[in-house]
Unconditional design. Structure first.
Length: 151
């Protein structure tokens, strides 16, 4: 009799565990499927070439707003001095709780690393951060949108 009660108790525990795992799995799948259109939009995002030789001095704000979702919406401030991009600051996007650039991959990279490449090469045609391709692309697109005002 005790053996039967124990078996029924173990079966109930396993059923509860499997239901919990199933619910978590469905939630994860729903989250992934729900953000797929936005990820696809960013994946297909093209970064246009900006002529960095014709930039007017000033401070320009640019942003990227997704049409499919707003998870990676981004706003940046770009400073042009003596015809060169000298600074890029994230106003909205890959920031941590303190408002500083957040680590966006397992190597500790931030969008500031990406912006340093843009400033160094004076070009938007830079390699994205490995493991953060979509975030990199939205931030570069925001920089492009800011620089279109300076062109």
């Amino acid at each position: 009799m005790k053996t039967t009660v124990r078996k029924k108790g173990k079966i109930k525990v396993w059923i509860v565990i499997l239901v919990i795992i199933g619910v978590i799995g469905i939630a994860l799948l729903g989250g992934i499927m729900g953000t797929e259109p936005g990820r696809r939009e960013i994946k297909n995002l093209t970064i246009n070439d900006i002529n960095f030789k014709n930039l007017r001095d000033g401070t320009y704000v640019g942003e990227y707003k997704g049409k499919k979702d707003s998870f990676r919406n981004t706003r940046v401030e770009v400073t042009v001095s003596s015809g060169r991009v000298t600074g890029i600051k994230v106003l909205k996007g890959a920031l941590n709780k303190e408002g500083k650039p957040a680590e966006i991959n397992s190597k500790g990279s931030t969008v500031e690393d990406l912006f340093e490449k843009v400033i160094e090469t004076q070009s938007l045609q830079v390699d994205v951060i490995s493991g953060a391709t979509l975030t990199s692309k939205t931030h570069i697109k925001a920089v492009e949108n800011a620089l279109e005002q300076a062109d």
